[in-house]
Design a protein around this ligand. Structure first.
Ligand code: ATP
Ligand code: MG
Length: 415
C-alpha cells in the first residue's frame, strides 16, 4: 500500500519575521514544499507581548506555506527565544554495584535530570547530555554494557520561564495549530548550520536576529552553554535613525544598502561618497557620508560582540574550548560583521548558511536568517516520531522521550 509521506512543519516565531516551513519526508531526505515568510508583529526581544497581533502574523505565515504546499497544517514544532532562557550544568548518579550498564540505567539517570529543582515559574526546556562518567572516568558517549560501581550523567539543562512558553503554545493554538514541540532557537539554528566536526573541535554559534543575539557554545561534540544578549539588528536601525534624525524605515534602508562595520571594508569609491537620506520630520533630503553611517553601525556591532563574549565568559566556558565562530541570523549579512567578530574574538569566523539537506526549492531558505526555521525541520525529524497525543510538548513524558532521543543521537555516533 502506498503510504502518504509524513509532513513536518517548523515555525520560527522571531521578533522580525515569522517563517513557516513545510517539508515532506521522502526516504532519507526531506522535501521542502511550503514556505510562508511574513513580518512579525506583537513580539519584543523574542517574546510575545501582544498575542492578538502575533496571532495575525502567524496565521498569515501558515496560510502562505499551506497554499504553496497544498496541505493543511495541523501540528508544528516552534522556536522559543528570549532572555528568560537560562542554563545550568547538572550531574546525576546511579549506583551500579559492579555490574554492566543496562538501557534502563541510562533511562533512569536521565529521568532524574528532569526532576531538577527550579525556581517557581520555571520549567525544563531541554536536557542536553554532554556525556557519561563511570567511576570518575568521563568522556563516555555510550556507557551501555560498561562495568563499574557508579554511572553519572553530565548534562546541560536549559530552563525557561513558564509564561513565555505558555504564550507560544497559546499563540499556536490560536492559529489552530497543535504545538508538537518547542525548541530553543539557537539549538535549532545549530542543527542547520554547524557540522559535527565543528561541534567536536569547539565552536561558538551566534544568531544575530532583530531583537536578540542568541549564543550557543559547543565543545567536545556537545552543547556547553546557551546565552541570550538582548540586542540585535533592530538596535542598529534605531541608532541610525537617532543619529541622522530619520524614520525607522529609512534607517533600515540605509543599513541594508550601505551599512558596514568599518570604513576599512568600504569600496574605495564609497569612502568619499555621499548618500541621500530622507529626513523624518519634513521629508526633506540631506546628504550624508557613508563613513559616518559606518561609525554608528560599528559602535553597536562591537557592543553586541563584546556582550556575546561576556555572556560566554559568564557561562564559565574557557576560550581554549572553542576555535571558531559561526554567525547566522538576518543581521549576520551586514557588511563587515564577520570580520568584526574575528577581530573581537581573535578567531576565524564564517557565516552559517543552512546546510541541512533539503530537496525542493532550497534556494528560498538558503540564507542565514532561515537557520532557525530549517533547523526546526532537522530537529523535528530527529526527535519527531511523536505520537499524536504529544499535545503537551513540555510535559514529563514528552520531555523524557525527547531526552532519550538526544541520548540515542549520542549512541548513534561512531567515534
Ligand atoms: N541585508 C541586511 N543587512 C543588514 N541587516 C539586515 C539585512 N537583512 C536583514 N537584516 C536585519 O536582520 C534582522 C532580522 O534578523 P532575523 O530575521 O534573523 O530576525 P528574527 O529571527 O525575526 O529575530 P529574533 O531572532 O531576534 O527574534 C533585522 O534587524 C534586519 O534589519
Ligand atoms: Mg531568529
Amino acid at each position: 500500500m502506498h503510504r502518504k509521506p509524513r509532513s513536518i512543519v517548523g515555525i520560527d516565531i522571531g521578533t522580525t519575521k515569522v517563517v513557516t516551513l513545510i517539508a515532506e519526508e521522502r526516504g532519507e531526505t526531506l522535501e521542502l514544499c511550503g514556505v510562508g515568510h511574513v513580518p512579525s508583529q506583537g513580539l519584543k526581544k523574542g517574546m510575545v507581548v501582544d498575542i492578538e497581533k502575533a496571532s495575525h502574523a502567524l496565521r498569515q505565515s501558515i496560510s502562505r506555506a499551506e497554499e504553496m504546499a497544498g496541505v493543511r497544517v495541523e501540528g508544528a514544532w516552534a522556536s522559543v527565544g528570549g532572555s528568560h532562557i537560562r542554563v545550568q550544568p547538572y550531574k546525576t548518579a546511579l549506583s551500579l554495584g559492579g555490574r554492566a550498564v543496562l538501557r534502563e540505567d541510562i533511562s533512569q539517570v536521565v529521568d532524574v535530570a528532569q526532576e531538577i529543582l527550579l525556581d517557581e515559574g520555571r520549567e525544563v526546556l531541554h536536557v542536553l547530555p554532554k556525556g557519561f562518567w563511570i567511576d570518575g572516568h568521563g568522556g563516555i558517549l555510550n556507557p551501555l554494557g560498561m562495568i563499574g560501581m557508579q554511572l553519572e550523567l553530565d548534562a546541560t539543562v536549559v530552563t525557561a520561564q513558564m509564561g513565555p512558553l505558555r504564550n507560544i503554545q497559546r499563540l499556536l493554538e490560536s492559529a489552530g495549530v497543535e504545538p508538537l514541540g518547542l525548541v530553543l532557537q539557537p539549538l535549532a539554528s545549530a542543527e542547520a548550520v554547524l557540522t559535527q566536526e565543528e561541534k567536536d573541535l569547539g565552536v561558538v554559534l551566534v544568531d544575530i536576529g532583530g531583537g536578540t543575539s542568541d549564543v550557543m557554545v559547543y565543545a567536545d561534540g556537545a552543547p556547553r552553554y546557551v546565552g541570550v544578549v538582548g540586542l540585535g539588528g533592530a538596535h542598529i536601525t534605531r541608532d541610525i535613525a537617532a543619529a541622522f534624525k530619520i524614520g525607522l524605515q529609512e534607517a533600515e534602508r540605509l543599513k541594508r544598502e550601505y551599512g558596514c562595520t568599518s570604513e576599512r571594508f568600504l569600496k574605495e569609491a564609497e569612502n568619499q561618497e555621499e548618500i541621500e537620506l530622507v529626513l523624518a520630520y519634513d521629508k526633506d533630503r540631506r546628504p550624508v557620508r557613508i563613513e559616518k553611517l559606518c561609525l554608528v553601525v560599528e559602535a553597536r556591532v562591537h557592543e553586541i560582540l563584546e556582550l556575546v563574549q561576556r555572556e560566554i565568559g559568564k557561562g564559565g566556558v574557557d576560550q581554549g574550548q572553542y576555535s571558531e565562530l559561526v554567525l547566522c541570523g538576518g543581521s549576520s549579512v551586514l557588511r563587515g560583521f564577520k570580520e568584526a567578530a574575528s577581530e573581537v574574538f581573535g578567531l576565524p569566523s564564517r557565516i552559517g548558511i543552512p546546510a541541512y539537506r533539503l530537496k525542493g526549492p532550497f534556494e528560498l531558505v538558503a540564507k542565514p536568517g532561515f537557520a532557525t526555521g530549517v533547523g526546526l525541520l532537522a530537529y523535528a525529524r530527529l526527535n519527531g516520531d511523536q505520537a499524536p497525543e504529544a499535545k503537551a510538548p513540555l510535559g514529563w513524558i514528552a520531555r523524557v522521550k525527547q531526552l532519550l532521543k538526544e541520548v540515542r543521537k549520542l549512541w548513534g555516533r561512531t567515534d
